[in-house]
Each structure stands twice: as structure tokens, then as C-alpha cells.
Design a protein around this ligand. Structure first.
Ligand SMILES: [Zn+2]
Length: 87
């Protein structure tokens, strides 16, 4: 990725691995190691279209699996999951 400026404040955005949290059927899923540009000034996180699509696919897939798993249990306990994006 080339050097880009933050569209919010014009600050310098630098490569960083970020985390994103999702709540899928009351399961808290944290996706780690998402490559992004993070504004050093305001903290705005910029993810390119390709990465965003990968994360979306992963979250959709997880959502199906979590759903299936929850249905196989008598009770669906609230769980904390942490998944790293392989890049
Ligand atoms: Zn900014």
C-alpha cells in the first residue's frame, strides 16, 4: 500500500495491524491482524477494499459456523473468540 493521508484530518496514516470486534449471535468475535492504515493524528482506521472483503467473508463464514454450533447446544453460552486474519 502506498502512503496515504487520512481523509478525516489529513494526518499521516501508517501501516498497522488492527483488531475488529463483531457480535455474532451474542458471541463476541475479535478479528486480529487486520492490515490497515492508521492515522497517527486522529486514530482513524483505513482498510483497503480487498482486505475489507476478506474480513467480511471471514465474518460471514464465522457467523454460519457459530450459528450451527449454537444450535447443537442446549444452551448457548456467551463466548469470547479471537481469530487472527492470516495475511
Ligand atoms: Zn486522521
Amino acid at each position: 500500500m502506498k502512503n496515504i493521508k487520512c481523509p478525516e484530518c489529513g494526518g499521516k496514516a501508517e501501516d498497522q495491524l488492527i483488531k475488529m470486534k463483531y457480535d455474532i449471535n451474542h458471541n463476541h468475535i475479535t478479528i486480529k491482524n487486520i492490515p490497515a492504515k492508521v492515522c497517527q493524528k486522529c486514530g482513524n482506521e483505513l482498510i483497503d477494499g480487498h482486505t475489507a472483503r476478506d474480513v467480511d467473508l471471514l465474518v460471514n463464514r464465522l457467523s454460519e459456523d457459530v450459528d450451527r454450533f449454537a444450535k447443537s447446544l442446549a444452551i448457548a453460552p456467551e463466548k469470547e473468540h479471537s481469530i487472527s486474519l492470516a495475511v
